[in-house]
Design a protein around this ligand. Structure first.
Ligand code: KG4
Ligand code: ZN
Length: 343
């Protein structure tokens, strides 16, 4: 049952073919270079770029999978949440594809797919659902920071989320203040590897609050004041590195501590993580150390499946379809603010 999936919720145009729990192809075209000029994603430009890229990316995914369009049995796409005009481009293309082929269509929740992505691994990548166990899952990206209790494969409950900026946004805005290119997360990550994490003292927002929510806007303000008070810090590479290591450590410490605390409170034995920020070397290291210390199993999404990709959309859709989920109507609309509810 080859399934063709599309993902266009933000600034990645992606198409993938999955078949029987295996990722046959996962083509991703990133618009980062285009948006970098503006210091962030411009929704109108993202939508136009998706429209330009969707067909070639779908052709690439089909060719890499060695599958012809008429062999596709199911079509899926991200229905929400995300940037409205970006979502619309991918959803409508997928629905048109399903209509032309007379195949069922499934609209997928972007964050449910992120919850699924840590269970995709191997070569070729495949679903490792025989290894699933209840977990607390951290989704950390440019637009979201969410903690979810995943009780069973398709059953979950949101524990908390950011009340203002997302963790990725904090990386990106810190980078902007430092004059680093957008998105700054990977640059801060690289610089932080050579820096002293105690060089500067930054707040750990909500670290000791009993709830599972996050807040990163205060940290961003602290970054601004610190740069104002230490104007020379950006003059040397070591100063930059120390600054990056200190900010990164503050973000990572909060993410890790709150994730582990939630896992303990809900008595799960496994922690999972996905989303672009999960590519961060410091976060991966600190989560691994904290999980080892707490006797928790850690299942981190592989980097290719951390950032937005159609493979995770396709894998979840295939699973849902196999479990009897009803197809989504071909005239179903986007759901830009779709809440991650218990399934
Ligand atoms: O999941 P994603 O590709 O897109 C969405 O936001 O949906 O995440 C992008 C975010 C950006 O904020 C970017 O700076 C951050 O993930 N990011 C990183 C790293 N790689 C990407 N943040 C810290 N360290 C990284 N290595
Ligand atoms: Zn995402």
């Amino acid at each position: 049952m080859p399934l063709l999936a599309f993902e266009t919720s933000c600034d990645e145009t992606s198409a993938a073919v999955v078949h029987q729990g295996r990722v046959l192809s996962n083509a991703v075209s990133s618009q980062i270079a285009m948006h970098a000029e503006y210091g962030g994603v411009v929704p109108e430009l993202a939508a136009r770029e998706h429209l330009r890229n969707l067909q070639p990316i779908a052709q690439t995914a089909l060719a890499q999978a060695g599958v012809t369009p008429d062999q596709i049995e199911v079509v899926a796409a991200t229905q929400g949440p995300g940037l409205p005009s970006a979502l619309m481009a991918g959803l409508k293309a997928a629905q048109a594809f399903a209509f032309a082929l007379r195949r069922p269509f499934l609209g997928v929740h972007h964050h449910e797919a992120h919850l699924f992505s840590p269970w995709i691994s191997g070569n070729p990548p495949q679903a490792q659902f025989d290894q699933f166990e209840p977990n607390v899952s951290l989704i950390a990206s440019g637009g979201h920071t969410i903690l979810v209790l995943v009780q069973s494969e398709l059953q979950h409950r949101v524990l908390g989320a950011t009340v203002d900026d997302a963790a990725g946004e904090c990386f990106d805005k810190t980078g902007k203040l430092m004059g680093l290119p957008y998105p700054a997360g990977p640059h801060i990550d690289r610089l932080a590897e050579q820096g002293n994490p105690t060089g500067f003292d930054f707040p750990r927002p909500k670290l000791n609050d009993p709830d599972d929510n996050f807040s990163f806007s205060g940290l961003k303000t602290a970054v601004r004041y610190c740069l104002r008070d230490h104007p020379g810090v950006l003059a040397t590479r070591q100063g930059m590195a120390d600054f990056c290591a200190s900010v990164q450590t503050a973000i990572v410490e909060v993410l890790v501590a709150k994730t582990i605390r939630a896992a303990r409170r809900h008595r799960v034995r496994c922690v999972t993580a996905s989303g672009g920020v999960t590519c961060n070397a410091g976060l991966r290291r600190q989560l691994a150390a904290a999980c080892a210390g707490a006797g928790l199993r850690l299942c981190l999404a592989e980097k290719a499946f951390c950032t937005d990709n159609a493979a995770m959309i396709g894998m979840l859709a295939e699973r849902q379809f196999a479990l009897g989920k009803a197809p989504t109507p071909l005239d179903a609309d986007i759901q830009p603010t779709w809440e991650l509810a218990g399934a």
